[in-house]
Write a protein that binds this ligand. Structure first.
Ligand code: GLY
Ligand code: MN
Ligand code: MN
Length: 433
């Protein structure tokens, strides 16, 4: 899979005689001298499958001696005792299918000569300042070489138009990873529905999700789990996950397993005590209808804006019906008064990153869906606990329903459809059935 990605990207690069520099960093500091667990950068892992930190892939379509050069950590038995095994330079070419391995310490010094003969460089700036400064220096040195009669690249461009376009379209091998991620998420969400009960803590569900992701062989969670009981659901990126679950309230779980670094992104909202109240159910049914309307429009030729508009249309109908909004539908849509209850977009690309790369607009127009793209559909309604414009019984209810949808030749495939969304089915799972 990774060899195929490299080959496709090299072919793209050759069209404009561009080299590419694709780094991956190190685990960020957490506190004191502790670090977060390392997770490779997505562009890097897409092209190498290599899981060690402190490495950089350099692709050189115009170089006869070898087009794929990987800079990586050298073997160091003493360090490896502390920080883990290293593949090392000798084993890297055969293991990873690259042409040449060099020590990471030589990267910046080696680059000017390697880039010779290329007109441009693809490089993602703005991620790491130190790295960006080193790149500026590489260009400075390269300019010096040019003055002495060599050829050197004179500009760098970010990977949007090249690498990120490739990443947007998922191959069968990638979809296998995404299906696996989806399947693990399905299991985790169902387990959480069974586990929830009044008096338990959001943290217990958070831990159960993580446990399920990891025990099934996933690379972890695709993003920080959101386990939001009651009004915490109105905080869109609530990750504290440490409050008690309260009888009569809902719990919103937005959590997705990552498989071989491919993401899933799933949200369900279910009752802590296993039964939706009348108000919870009424709002839930509106969100579910909006999600169905949105999913229906994920198909070749559709686009994310149309999905969003369809979802908003259903949400607004529901809010007017239930009396949370007043006035005419045209007014509500025109003035966007619904945005008090629905303030985010209805979806995003999904892949190695949860908010995956790839342009959403082309020449200012929403981009048409094509087979192989994966898009989430995730409408919601959030009534703030202090919203005095609505009847008290609605306050503090937050609901989102999110699935991952693959665009196929004939329409779509919902990768995460095995977590039920119907009220009756969810209540049955909560009841242990
Ligand atoms: N979990 C982040 C999102 O749904 O976009
Ligand atoms: Mn999402
Ligand atoms: Mn999500």
């Amino acid at each position: 899979m990774h060899t195929a990605h490299r080959k496709a990207f090299l072919a793209r690069l050759a069209e404009t005689n561009s080299a590419a520099i694709i780094p991956t960093g190190d685990a960020p500091r957490r506190n004191g001298d502790s670090e977060y667990r390392y997770r490779p950068e997505s562009d890097f892992v897409y092209l190498t499958g290599f899981r060690e930190p402190n490495a950089t892939l350099v692709l050189l379509p115009n170089r006869a001696e070898g087009k794929a050069v990987l800079f990586l950590q050298e073997k160091d038995p003493e360090r490896e005792v502390w920080t883990g095994r290293r593949l090392g330079l000798n084993a890297a070419p055969e293991t990873l299918g690259i042409d040449e391995a060099r020590p990471i310490a030589a990267l910046w010094d080696d680059l000017p000569a390697l880039l010779e003969g290329h007109d441009r460089v693809v490089y993602q700036s703005g991620i790491d300042e130190v790295r960006d400064r080193e790149m500026l220096h590489v260009f400075e040195v390269a300019r010096g070489r040019k003055r002495r009669g060599g050829t050197a690249p004179s500009e760098w461009t970010d990977p949007d138009a090249t690498l990120h376009e490739l990443r947007l379209f998922k191959s069968d091998a990638e979809l296998e990873c995404m299906r696996k991620a989806a399947a693990v998420s399905v299991e985790a969400h169902i387990a959480a529905m069974r586990e929830a009960a009044p008096g338990k803590n959001e943290g217990e569900l958070d831990a159960l999700l993580e446990y399920t992701f990891r025990r099934r062989g996933g690379t972890g969670a695709s993003y920080s789990n959101i386990v939001a009981g009651g009004a915490n659901a109105c905080i869109l990126h609530y990750v504290q996950n440490d409050a008690p679950l309260v009888d009569g309230e809902l719990v919103l779980i937005d959590a997705g397993a990552e498989w071989n670094y491919y993401a899933s992104d799933v949200t369900r909202t279910f009752p802590v005590n296993g039964r939706y109240s009348r108000e919870q159910r009424a709002l839930y049914e509106v969100v579910l209808a909006a999600q169905r309307a949105g999913i229906e429009l994920v198909r070749p030729g559709g686009n994310a804006n149309a999905v969003h508009d369809a979802a908003v249309d259903v949400l607004v109908d529901g809010l007017l019906d239930l009396g949370l909004l007043t006035g005419s539908k045209a007014e509500v849509l025109e003035q966007e008064t619904y945005s008090r209850f629905y303030m985010h977009k209805t979806g995003h690309w999904l892949g190695l990153d949860v908010h995956d790369c790839g342009a959403y607009f082309i020449d200012g127009e929403p981009r048409a869906f094509e087979p192989g793209m994966v898009q989430t559909v995730e409408p919601g309604l959030y009534v703030a606990p202090d919203d005095t414009t609505v009847d008290e019984r609605w306050r503090g209810i937050g609901i989102r329903i999110e699935d991952d949808v693959l665009v196929t030749k004939d329409g779509r495939e919902v990768l995460t459809s095995d977590v039920p969304t119907e009220v009756d089915e969810i209540e049955a799972i909560c009841a242990g059935r």
